[in-house]
Write a protein that binds this ligand. Structure first.
Ligand code: NAP
Length: 288
């Protein structure tokens, strides 16, 4: 297993398993259990995915059966914006994630979006970091200008910024700023959620042929070779295995350059700069 080391010295796997859009508890539990059996040690969930309980259940099952120990796993969850009104609501959100996961502590807890009072919410996260219940804390969907302001203002620098990164949205500037501030980049949507026929994209497919790998595996390796943590999602066993089987090759400089040319420079999944998108996110309620 390849690891990166976070600013606070914690080791984090370079590849993990995401569970966005897996709302069915049984399906989510089976997918996470299969992922752990396959060898994944990082699981990425969020309060807003409404499946923290199922993730916790799969983890406890794997631990109970002796497949892994708790300390071998790196579990990520996120605070939803509904709970980012102030320090008190954030504290309730953190306690809710800890309770639903029910695995003692959370390895990395992120602010899901730069929305609401994200400074106040982060202070609650700092409090639970100091208590040892959140082993590392960070942010998600923070753009470089926000990240600089945030890093310069908060007490504990975010360990991670989880943002959309894939061959069609490569975000070199974001990676530069994160490097400068010691923030580990983590890619959500590493397959662009299937857009642009990524699984049969000609450049990725041709490169893959040289290594006996699929376009999907090349897309993951491309991020990993830039030092970016990836968290592909799948509920299909064969794909769960395939996506994990990326640790025995590296892309050449020429391959990396060929993939650089695929960058569109913008997201086709979400436009955070659209006021309607902000409104939509702020209106999403995950509890009363
Ligand atoms: P993704 O991983 O880019 O793509 C998932 C899609 O690709 C699914 O439709 C999946 O289908 C398919 N797929 C996976 N592996 C495949 C393969 N080898 N061959 C063909 N198809 C394959 O999208 P994502 O789930 O949005 O992103 C990954 C994770 O990032 C999420 O699960 C979540 O943990 C996190 N995330 C975070 C944020 C944030 O705001 N922080 C936002 C989005 C996502 P099947 O499941 O049917 O196999």
């Amino acid at each position: 297993m390849e690891y990166v080391t976070l600013k606070n010295g914690t080791k984090m796997p370079l590849i993990g398993f995401g569970v966005f859009q897996v709302p069915d508890p049984k399906e989510c539990e089976e997918a996470v259990y299969t992922a752990i059996k396959t060898g994944y040690r990082l699981i990425d969930t969020a309060a807003a995915y409404m499946n923290e309980e199922a993730v916790g259940k799969a983890i406890r099952r794997a631990i109970g059966e002796g497949v892994v120990k708790r300390e071998d796993l790196f579990v990520v969850s996120k605070l939803w914006v509904q709970d980012m009104k102030n320090e008190e609501t954030a504290e309730q959100g953190i306690l809710s994630s800890l309770k639903k996961l029910d695995i003692g502590y959370i390895d990395l807890y992120l602010e899901h979006q730069a929305m609401g009072d994200y400074f106040a919410a982060y202070r609650a996260m700092e409090k639970y970091y100091k208590k040892g219940l959140l082993k590392s804390i960070g942010v998600s969907n923070f753009y470089p200008f926000m990240l600089v302001n945030f890093c310069k203002t908060v007490e504990i620098t975010p360990a991670v910024d989880q943002i959309e990164i894939h061959p069609f949205y490569q975000r070199e500037e974001d990676l530069q700023v994160m490097k400068e501030y010691g923030v580990q980049p983590m890619a959500w949507g590493p397959f662009d959620e299937g857009r642009h026929h990524i699984f049969s994209q000609p450049v990725l497919t041709e490169i893959g042929k040289k290594y006996g790998k699929s376009a999907a595996q090349v897309a993951l390796r491309w991020n990993m070779d830039r030092g970016v943590v990836v968290i592909p999602k799948s509920t299909h066993e064969e794909r769960i295995r395939q996506n994990f089987d990326v640790q025995d090759f590296h892309l050449s400089k020429e391959d990396m350059e060929a993939i650089s040319a695929l960058d569109l420079g913008h997201s086709e999944i979400i436009n955070h700069f659209n006021p309607k998108v902000q409104e939509m996110c702020l209106n999403v309620k995950i509890h009363d």
